[in-house]
Design a protein around this ligand. Sequence first.
Ligand code: FES
Ligand code: FES
Length: 175
Amino acid sequence: MKRMIKPSIPEHSDDPRVTIALTVNGETVSRTVSVRMLLSDFLRHELGLTGTHVGCEHGVCGCCTVHIDGKAGRSCLTLAVQANGADIRTIESVANGDGTLHPVQQAFKECHALQCGFCTPGMVMNIVNRFEEPGPLDLTDNGIRDMLSGNLCRCTGYINIIAAVRRAAELMGRA
Ligand code: FES
Ligand code: FES
């Protein structure tokens, strides 16, 4: 796993520090962190997993979406210490080990569902989680818009993202 690039909280901080242990992308990691460190900063700065993007840092944009114990969640609204003992999955684990894209990633590529790509990891993590959940999917335009309502994109106008979600459903046998 990649190593720290730079600390997000100054090392001279007087914040209490706590040692946490959690699973990230199948690997057990342990670090001693400030009690106010966000999970998003922990992933990016402590583990070097910069595929998790940070936009608003207050729960609006969805760029920082990861899976927390199997559920899509905002890593900017979760403290690292709250993730102690949790199973975290990030965008870095979505493609196969041989580099083959996950069907959701493949669908985004086929449908040109990204421009700058800043929102894309959060979009993909959200949709992967939706598709992993059992039960019917509403693949009408409105149903897909509802799926995407927690993820903001500044570039695409969403048309191609909606097409990509529908294409991903085809690729995954969920259409
Ligand atoms: S960075 Fe977490 S929701 Fe925007
Ligand atoms: S592709 Fe640029 S923010 Fe979505």
